[in-house]
Design a protein around this ligand. Structure first.
Ligand code: GCV
Length: 684
């Protein structure tokens, strides 16, 4: 895709105190002396003590006690905080309490002496890192774990990086890392790679983080020399048992496996006429003696189905209750695929006996890579707070997955990581906020995004320089408040200029970055092409998922099913997800659908322009390196937003045959050129 950079004046920031963006939200101010007392010792407690000593911002010379004790109020790694004491029943709990105390000191948040327990017991980052060092859908450089050259050499620099990664994760409560891509190479289970897994796990362990692996279902064939991977075949069962035994002899506390099976070309039980249950249970039986779990992904869809959005539900609901108790079904937030906006996946409200876990995407595959400023916390909050009505009103996705509704042996949540070797870890300063937000929500699924943005901004930008200068007074009103609001608005803005009113999957196939509503090469599977999803024609636009269409609405509980089924009641943000409507359909505000669409796209562009102004006004509060990076990225986002608007309006106008409302800025791109340049680029 040709990116267009508008030429305009860039302010040059004068404050040359560049902040090392590598430090994420953890850059300490000057530490104040403190004494730390703890009756026990362990590598985790040593870190807790060191963090307090290096980062204390409380009363000078204070004595802080770290107390490990059993307490009914403390669940798993929960903790109780007071000004000079942290209590927990595990060492990891103490460490989480330390990070929380330091965060409160740096953000000025009061201590309420309350118990803080995690919402989910397993809080995971899923790395889509390939063993050759590349990262699928990664926009921040190569893998921090794997590399092509000297793949098995482990350097001090590797260990330092893994340690910094572990520290950042622990500071936000993440306690598991899936080290390799779900499109898994069988090689991960061979001796050399397992030795590297061991080395990584050793660095993560003191920070309370377990390593997990993605496994390829055909591993018994690929590296075991068997003729089959049939999960009911005795030789396959024995192979996995022995392999798991070997793995645990190397990494005794491995958390378990993630499996993408019978999905997007990955091998799985279905090719042997077996079910997801057969496949998952076979692995679960092997892992059980070691306390390992299987996270079996529900991201499945066949090419020939009339509605991809229905398939995970159709395949998994009949299997509810048939999985072993150490299997969790991993479900993407929406029924299709991490789109800028989807309704929640109906599977969250459907499974009653087999636990399900949310999978969010931190890396911005469909939301502008590491170019757009999109604070994803609001999107995840929207999903977690969606009411499934599984057990009546109040059965939110959060409560259906965190064990509040049905008792669950394991509760879990995963985020697809946006981390790579880039100096700032995530390819964009504001993408760090998404890593931070994921951890905070995984720890506490009732937190609101405004609080999370507030914390991140204070931890990331409020430093000694701002504290000691006259800027301090203005910092909150002129920087924190407007920039926080920009973050909170940013996801809706992206939805507006990309896929408003329930449109989805209309991006370019070229890396899923720009627009591509036209993309439908001959012989391509229909459900990989945008026209399958937008269904635009002379008669209207949108995917009919009502009872008269694909009937996906019936996968939701009442009253949602009826609400989604009726265009007059369906929330407008999901309108074209559930309905195919004529171009002159009357919207709630009296506008016709075509005009409403035009104003949404245009509104999105205007809002990005506002973001540029907000950021330019942040100049006095940010060092030059970070200021310039964000300014440039916003300019690039703006250019791409205009491209989205022009592409979608000109393309859909061929069907609506109506004028773009005259108070909207005219397109600056030509449709034929946009289509041509999209098709000439390599697709993936
Ligand atoms: C890891 C989407 C992405 C793929 C990803 C897949 C998945 O299709 O484009 O890159 O594969 O989701 O979640 O398995």
């Amino acid at each position: 895709m040709k990116r267009i950079f508008p030429v305009f004046f860039f302010f040059v920031a004068v404050d040359l105190h560049a902040q090392p963006t590598h430090q994420l939200w953890l850059s300490n101010g000057k530490a104040i002396p403190v004494t730390v007392e703890c009756s026990r010792n362990s590598s985790t407690l040593a870190i807790a003590r060191e963090e307090l000593q290096n980062g204390w911002q409380g009363k000078p010379g204070a004595l802080v006690k770290l107390v490990i004790k059993k307490d009914k109020a403390l669940k798993s790694d929960g903790f109780r905080l007071s000004e000079n004491m942290i209590e927990a029943s595990t060492d990891a709990g103490i460490l989480y309490g330390v990070y929380d105390l330091l965060r409160r000191q740096r953000t000025g948040e009061n201590l309420e002496g309350e118990v803080d327990n995690p919402s989910f017991s397993v809080r995971l980052l899923d790395h889509w890192d390939n063993l050759n060092g590349t990262v699928e859908r990664g926009y921040a450089g190569n893998s921090i774990f794997w590399r092509k050259v000297d793949p098995f050499v482990i350097t001090d620099a590797d260990k330092k990086l893994w340690q910094e990664y572990a520290r950042a994760n622990a500071s936000i409560g993440i306690n598991g890392s899936v080290l390799n891509n779900v499109n898994a190479s069988p090689q991960i289970l061979t001796a050399d790679y397992l030795a590297r897994v061991k080395a990584i796990a050793e660095v993560l362990r003191p920070y309370g983080i377990k390593a997990y692996l993605s496994v390829n279902f055909a591993s018994p064939i690929a590296i075991g020399g068997l003729k089959t991977a049939d999960p009911l075949d005795p030789s396959v069962i024995v192979w996995w048992k022995n392999k798991i035994k070997e793995i645990y002899s190397i990494v005794p506390d491995l958390g378990g496996f993630v499996v993408k099976a019978s999905s997007e070309g990955q091998p799985g039980p279905q090719q042997y006429g077996r079910s997801h249950t057969d496949g998952a249970n076979m692995l679960a039986d092997g892992l059980k003696p070691y306390g390992g779990i299987v996270m079996w992904r529900a991201f499945v869809y066949a090419a020939n189905d009339n509605d991809r959005a229905k398939q995970a539900y159709s395949e998994f609901v009949p299997l509810d209750g048939k999985f072993r108790d150490n299997v969790i079904i991993q479900v993407k937030n929406g029924p299709v695929d991490f789109q800028p906006r989807e309704p929640f996946s109906p599977l969250f409200g459907a499974m009653k006996k087999t636990p399900v876990m949310p999978e969010f995407q931190i890396t911005q595959e469909y939301l502008g890579h590491s170019v757009y400023l999109v604070f994803l916390s609001t999107m995840w909050e929207e999903c977690l707070r969606s009411d499934t009505y599984q057990q009546g009103a109040g059965s939110t996705v959060a409560r259906c997955t965190d064990g509040s509704i049905y008792p669950q042996k394991y509760t879990a949540i995963a985020g697809v990581s946006n981390i790579g070797l880039d100096t700032n870890w995530c390819g964009y300063l504001f993408a760090q906020a998404n890593w931070y937000a994921f951890g905070r929500l995984a720890w506490n699924d009732t937190l609101n995004s405004s609080k999370i943005a507030d914390e991140w901004l204070k931890l990331t930008f409020y430093n000694d320089t701002s504290r000691n200068s006259e800027k301090k007074n203005n910092w909150t009103s002129s920087f924190l408040v407007p920039v926080r609001q920009m973050m909170l608005d940013s996801r809706e803005v992206a939805v507006n200029f990309m896929m408003p009113l329930g449109l989805h999957h209309i991006m370019s196939a070229n890396g899923h970055y720009g627009p591509g509503p036209w993309w439908a090469p001959k012989k391509m599977r229909a459900d990989w092409t945008p026209p399958y999803y937008h269904q635009a024609g002379i008669d209207g636009i949108g995917f009919d998922r009502t009872t008269k269409g694909s009937d996906a609405v019936s996968q939701y509980h009442e009253p949602l099913a009826s609400k989604f089924n009726n265009p007059a009641e369906c929330p407008e943000e999901y309108l074209l997800w559930f309905h195919h409507l004529p171009w002159n359909y009357k919207m709630k505000n009296g506008r016709i659908l075509w005009d409403a669409l035009c104003y949404r796209f245009d509104g999105g562009v205007r809002q990005v322009r506002e973001f540029q102004k907000i950021w330019d006004k942040a100049l006095p509060f940010v060092d030059s390196v970070r200021f310039t990076e964000v300014q440039r990225k916003l300019a690039e986002q703006c250019a791409n937003a205009i491209l989205w608007k022009d592409a979608c309006l000109l393309y859909f106008q061929q069907f609506s045959r109506m004028p773009i409302p005259y108070d909207i800025d005219r397109p600056v791109h030509n449709l034929d050129d946009m289509i041509r340049s999209d098709f000439t680029l390599h697709s993936n």
